[in-house]
Design a protein around this ligand. Structure first.
Ligand code: ADP
Ligand code: MP5
Length: 273
C-alpha cells in the first residue's frame, strides 16, 4: 500500500480545535497519514490562551531529525512557531531534508488576541522560512504584519499579495475570514494572476482553528498529488462544511466540525446543507 504522509510543525492547543490537533484531525479526515513536530504547548480553551510553554529549539530540531531519518512526508505545514530560534531550526531542517511541498500558515495571534509569535520573530520568518514555501496562507492581520500595509480595499489586498510573493513563496493565499460582506473570499496569487475562492460567510463565533484547519487541508491535498487549485478548492469546501456545522462546545469561540466534510461527502443528497 502506498500511504500518503503529511507533517505538521506547530503548537498544541489543549482544547483540540486549533494547532496540531486541528491539523492531525484534518489530515486523517482527508485520508492522509499525519505526523507532528511540537513547537509549544499552549494551555488554551474556547475562552482564550491561558499560558504558552515553548519547547527548546533542540527539542524541535530533534523531532524533525527523527522524522527526516526515517519517514519522508509528501507535504509539510508550519503553524505556531513562537520564536526566532524555533523558526531558524525549522527552516534549517526543512532545507536539509528537501521538504519542498511546504505550506506556511504564518500564525501570529490567537483569535482572542494572545500572541503566538514573538514580535521580534517576524523578521526571521520572512528571511528564513518564506523563501522555502510553496504556499503561504496569511489572514488579513498577518498580511498587514508581513507587509506593514493597512489593508482596507480590495486593491490593498492584491498589492499585499504581490509584496508577500516577492518575499519568496511560490503562491500566496490571502484568506478572507477577517473581512466583511456576504462572501468569504480567499485570493490565490501565483505571481501572475489572481484566482478567487468564494464561500458564503457564516455568522458564527465558532471559528476557533479555521486557519489551521484550512492550511492543513491544503497540505493534505498537495501531499495527495492534487494541483494547487484543486487542493485549495477541497480546503475551501472542507472549512466551509466545518464552520457551517460547528460543534457548539465551550463557552467562547468554539471549534469547527472536522467530521462535517466527510459526512457531507458520504451523504449524497443528504441533509447536511
Ligand atoms: N465566518 C466565516 N464564514 C465562512 N468562511 C469563513 C469564515 N471565517 C473564516 N472563513 C474561512 O476560513 C478560512 C480561514 O480564514 P481566516 O479566518 O481568515 O483565518 P485565520 O483562522 O488564520 O484567522 C478561510 O478559507 C476563510 O475564508
Ligand atoms: C496552538 C495554536 N496554534 C494556532 C492557533 C491559531 O488558531 P486560528 O486558526 O483560530 O487562527 C491557536 N489558537 N493555537
Amino acid at each position: 500500500m502506498n500511504i500518503t504522509k503529511a507533517l505538521t510543525i506547530a503548537g498544541s492547543d489543549s482544547s483540540g480545535g486549533a494547532g496540531i490537533q486541528a491539523d492531525l484531525k484534518t489530515f486523517q479526515e482527508l485520508g492522509v497519514y499525519g505526523m507532528s513536530a511540537l513547537t509549544a504547548a499552549t494551555a488554551q480553551n474556547t475562552l482564550g490562551v491561558q499560558a504558552v510553554f515553548p519547547l527548546t529549539p533542540e527539542a524541535v530540531g530533534s523531532q524533525l531529525d527523527s522524522i527526516g531519518a526515517d519517514l519522508t512526508p509528501d507535504a509539510v505545514k508550519t503553524g505556531m512557531l513562537y520564536s526566532a530560534e524555533i523558526i531558524a531550526v525549522t527552516a534549517d531542517r526543512i532545507a536539509r531534508y528537501g521538504w519542498s511541498k511546504l505550506v506556511i500558515d504564518p500564525v501570529m495571534v490567537a483569535k482572542g488576541g494572545a500572541p503566538l509569535l514573538k514580535p521580534d520573530a517576524v523578521h526571521t520568518l520572512i528571511r528564513d522560512l518564506l523563501p522555502l514555501a510553496r504556499i503561504i496562507t496569511p489572514n488579513l492581520p498577518e498580511a498587514e504584519m508581513l507587509t506593514g500595509m493597512k489593508l482596507l480595499r480590495a486593491e490593498d489586498i492584491r498589492e499585499a499579495a504581490r509584496r508577500i510573493h516577492a518575499m519568496g513563496p511560490e503562491l500566496v493565499i490571502m484568506k478572507g475570514g477577517h473581512a466583511s460582506g456576504a462572501v468569504a473570499r480567499d485570493l490565490l496569487y501565483d505571481g501572475a494572476a489572481f484566482t478567487a475562492f468564494d464561500g458564503p460567510r457564516i455568522h458564527t463565533v465558532h471559528t476557533h482553528g479555521t486557519g489551521c484547519t484550512y492550511s492543513a487541508a491544503v497540505t493534505a491535498g498537495l501531499a495527495s498529488g492534487l494541483a494547487v487549485t484543486e487542493a485549495v478548492r477541497v480546503a475551501k469546501d472542507f472549512i466551509q462544511a466545518a464552520i457551517e456545522n460547528s460543534l457548539g462546545i465551550g463557552a467562547g469561540h468554539g471549534p469547527t466540525n472536522h467530521f462535517a466534510y466527510r459526512l457531507k461527502a458520504a451523504k449524497i443528497g443528504g441533509d447536511m446543507e
